[in-house]
Design a binder for this molecule. Sequence first.
Ligand code: HBI
Ligand code: FE
Length: 295
Amino acid sequence: MQTAPASGKHGLAAGLGHRPERPDWTIDQGWQHYTPQEHAVWAALFERQSRLLPGRACDEFVRGLRDLPFRADRIPDFEQMSQVLRRKTGWEVVAVPGLVPDEVFFEHLAHRRFPAGQFIRKPHELDYLEEPDVFHDVFGHVPMLMNPVIADYIQAYGEGGLRAQSLGMLDKLARVYWYTVEFGLVQQPNGLRIYGAGIVSSYTETCFSVEDASPNRLRFDLARVMRTRYRIDDFQESYFVIPDFDELLGLANIDFAPLYARVVTEPELEPGEVLAVDQVLTRGTGRYHAARRAP
Ligand code: HBI
Ligand code: FE
């Protein structure tokens, strides 16, 4: 099984889609052009996740979702959504055709613009798709952008991405994003909860991440995560848990350069590895992935 190629976290060389005419790769959402079938895909995904998430998604996600003008049966209009988002945390959502080049992506995040896929997956892709579509980006990411701490963290990630690129450390920083913003878990007083957009927008991984015995669940550690490869083609083998969101914001104030310098001298880690120094919340059985590796 391959792990993430350097090209991009979804396994595609960013920008595989046609290059749009604008240098920042934004396009018009064209909300009026969505078909009833496309709205129906949103409705199916929205209904499934809304049923599944109470007790599994973190309080901040549930609160953000509640405060956004989402309808269960319609793909949201980005401009309407951005009016609410701007007032809350200064963020807005801009439409893009799919994955955009790293530097374009970071530039948007650094200016509190979240690039969201304009397209929605097909009915036969309900449970897995290669590129982030409007459900992954808007349902998965935007509710967390309503939280001031996460909003600040993701802007800092954008600024850090531009720096990491100049240091040639993009793949290390991408892992931090992957194991937090995409697949992060947070320890709430009433139990383990999801905040990662990649999980919260996935029907199957929602339960796997917090209930299945197979994955490891390890206390988040920045240098450790920078060394850890991730899966782009299946569930994660390990999830990293933060005690609260202030932990993420703390990362925004760290100078990553000396950390990069140290991490590059240490061996990279496979997604399912557990180190003696890890703070292990759950030692997974690894059964799910073992069954898929068996010839
Ligand atoms: N483009 N639209 C979009 N969405 C992403 O999540 C994204 C991207 N381009 C690059 C990228 N993510 C990652 O390679 C960076 O996080 C490293
Ligand atoms: Fe995402």
